[in-house]
Design a protein around this ligand. Structure first.
Ligand code: GLN
Length: 246
């Protein structure tokens, strides 16, 4: 049996908008192409927590979806904070990015508390920030995607953004050119798209972190067909990134 990696999809029923589930598919596919054995755990409200979690992927959602899951999220907050502090890679898009921060105050003035894994807070406004998003990250290069949110997110001192938006898109708040947040191996971002098919460097960061944390090293065991398929996927992503960043 190959080396298993346990991947959690967090609240896929309520938090999975604009194709964010594509991120889960990419991670499963790439893990398999690197010669690992991915095991998927879809975790929805009230579900049992799996025995082992090596990576957590969460998507965006409407304010109503966010309201639905906050009770359960708080029940799991301690565990999520511990996993984050222990280096578990996590990717949280839009609605869950907001709830991994301190709070999200909706445009109607309702405050949803977050679990404070990322030092950031979000305030809703009536104007939505919608459109293509291109940002530059020193670690991942150009990261491309699509944003659609009412919340303006502001990072607390000491929290790094995922990247900087120069011209295409609004990013966290439209004021300071930051986009997303990064604390340890936890990434929060407004990038839908889905993000990972077009940005394999981010997918590989999550994969490497998960594998290294569990097995001590990242040592792919691949056939030449698997290598070829990965190269083909990367070439497709490159093409998409060139078009978007042009
Ligand atoms: N409801 C949140 C907002 O509008 C998140 C939206 C999303 O996940 N796309 O800011």
């Amino acid at each position: 049996m190959g080396k298993v990696i346990d991947v959690m999809s967090l609240y896929p029923k309520d938090m999975n908008i604009y194709g964010d589930s594509g991120n889960v598919l990419v991670v499963l596919r790439r893990l398999a192409l690197y010669g690992y054995e991915p095991r998927l755990h879809a975790y929805n409200q009230g579900d049992e927590w799996p025995e082992r979690v090596d990576m957590i992927l969460g998507g965006g959602g409407q304010d109503t979806g966010q309201k639905k899951i906050t009770g359960d999220l708080f029940k799991r907050a301690g565990r999520l904070r511990d996993l984050a502090a222990d280096g578990t890679p996590m990717l949280m898009i839009c609605g869950l990015f907001q709830l991994f921060g301190e709070y999200f105050e909706t445009s109607e003035g309702e405050r949803l508390d977050g679990i404070n894994v990322l030092g950031a807070y979000t305030v809703g406004q009536s104007h939505r920030m919608i459109g293509n998003l291109v940002e530059h990250s020193d670690e991942f290069g150009d990261v491309i995607g699509y944003e659609n949110h009412s919340g303006q997110t502001f990072l607390r001192e000491g929290t790094l953004p995922l990247g900087h938006v120069d011209h295409d898109g609004t990013g966290n708040n439209g004021e300071d050119h930051t986009e997303g947040a990064r604390v340890g191996n936890v990434i929060g971002t407004y990038m839908h798209g889905s993000l990972l098919p077009k940005n394999p460097a981010v997918a590989d960061f999550l994969i490497r972190a998960a594998v290294t944390r569990r097995y001590g090293e990242f040592e792919p065991d691949q056939s030449s067909e698997q290598m070829f398929e990965l190269a083909r996927l990367d070439a497709l992503a490159d093409k998409a990134r060139k078009v978007a960043a042009a």
